[in-house]
Design a protein around this ligand. Structure first.
Ligand SMILES: [Zn+2]
Ligand SMILES: [Zn+2]
Length: 262
C-alpha cells in the first residue's frame, strides 16, 4: 500500500508561508493498493492528485461536509471522457451519496452538476464490508454532526484506518480501538490541541492525545494525525509534534505530499 497525503487541513483551506510544511488543502488522501486507485475524501487537496492515472478510480467519502467534497468540482479526472470514477458514501439525512453531491454541486451554489463532466461518474452506497477488487473495505459510523464514516482498508495482511471528523465521546473511543485492532496505520482526527478541546466539545473533532490512547489500545503500528485546525501554523504543529514524539516516536502530523509505504 502506498499512501500520499494530498490534503490534511481541517474545515477550510488555508494559504501562506506559515502553512507550507503541513499544507493548506483540505482532506484528501491517495491510496494505491494492489491494482486499485482509491481516494479518501475529496477535499481541496484533490488538486494535488497526479495528472495521469490508469484504470478506474474509487473515492471513499467519509461525509458530505464542504471541506471533504469541495475538491470534486476541479478533480482533473472528471474531465477525462469515459474515465470511470465511483464515489462511495453512506446515506445521510439529505439522501444517498449521489443526492449529497448533487446538493452541493448545483446552481446557485455551483454552476454545473458534476455529472455533466465527461467522466463516467458512478455512485455506490457504503456497506459494512465491501471489496474493491481484492481490497477489503470495512466501515463504522463515528459521532460527528450529520454523521461520518470511518474506513478500514485491508490487503495482503496490511491495513490502514481512516478516522477523520471523529469525536471521542461515550464508548466510541473503545469501539474505534476495536475496529482498528492491529492496523498498521491509524489516520486520526487531531484537530484540537488538548487545552483547546473543552470549549469545542460537540463540534465533532478530537485531540492528538486521544489518538495516542486509541493507537495504544488498538496496537496500531503508526499514528498519523489529520484535519489540522486552520489556525495551527507549521511552527505550532512542529512544536506539538516534537512533544508528542517524546511520548511516542510513531506519532506524527500528516505533512503535505508526504508518502507513506505500508
Ligand atoms: Zn472536516
Ligand atoms: Zn465534518
Amino acid at each position: 500500500m502506498k499512501l500520499t497525503v494530498l490534503g490534511a487541513r481541517g474545515s477550510i483551506p488555508v494559504d501562506g508561508p506559515e502553512f507550507t510544511i503541513y499544507g493548506g488543502g483540505t482532506s484528501a488522501y491517495l491510496l494505491e493498493v494492489a491494482d486499485q486507485t482509491i481516494f479518501l475524501d475529496a477535499g481541496s487537496g484533490l488538486m494535488n492528485a497526479p495528472e495521469h492515472m490508469d484504470g478506474q478510480i474509487s473515492i471513499l467519502l467519509t461525509h458530505p461536509h464542504l471541506d471533504h467534497l469541495m475538491g470534486l468540482c476541479f478533480f482533473r479526472h472528471l474531465f477525462v471522457a469515459g474515465k470511470v470514477v465511483t464515489i462511495y458514501g453512506a446515506g445521510r439525512e439529505i439522501g444517498d451519496v449521489q443526492q449529497q453531491v448533487d446538493h452541493l454541486f448545483a446552481p446557485p451554489l455551483w454552476p454545473v452538476m458534476v455529472e455533466s463532466f465527461p467522466a463516467d461518474l458512478r455512485f455506490s452506497d457504503v456497506k459494512e464490508t465491501f471489496f474493491l477488487g481484492e481490497v477489503r473495505v470495512d466501515s463504522m459510523e463515528a459521532v460527528h454532526p450529520g454523521g461520518c464514516t470511518v474506513f478500514r482498508i485491508s490487503y495482503g495482511g496490511k491495513s490502514l484506518v481512516y478516522a477523520t471528523d471523529f469525536e471521542h465521546s461515550g464508548d466510541l473511543e473503545k469501539r474505534l480501538a476495536d475496529f482498528a485492532k492491529g492496523c498498521d496505520l491509524l489516520i486520526y482526527d487531531g484537530q484540537y490541541f488538548e487545552e483547546e478541546y473543552p470549549p469545542r466539545a460537540g463540534y465533532g473533532h478530537s485531540t492528538p492525545e486521544t489518538g495516542l490512547r486509541i493507537m495504544e489500545e488498538a496496537g496500531a503500528g503508526r499514528l498519523l494525525l489529520t484535519h489540522h485546525d486552520p489556525r495551527h501554523t507549521d511552527e505550532m504543529l512542529a512544536k506539538r509534534e516534537r512533544e508528542l514524539q517524546a511520548l511516542c516516536l510513531d506519532a506524527a502530523y500528516a505533512k503535505r505530499l508526504q508518502v507513506i509505504e505500508i
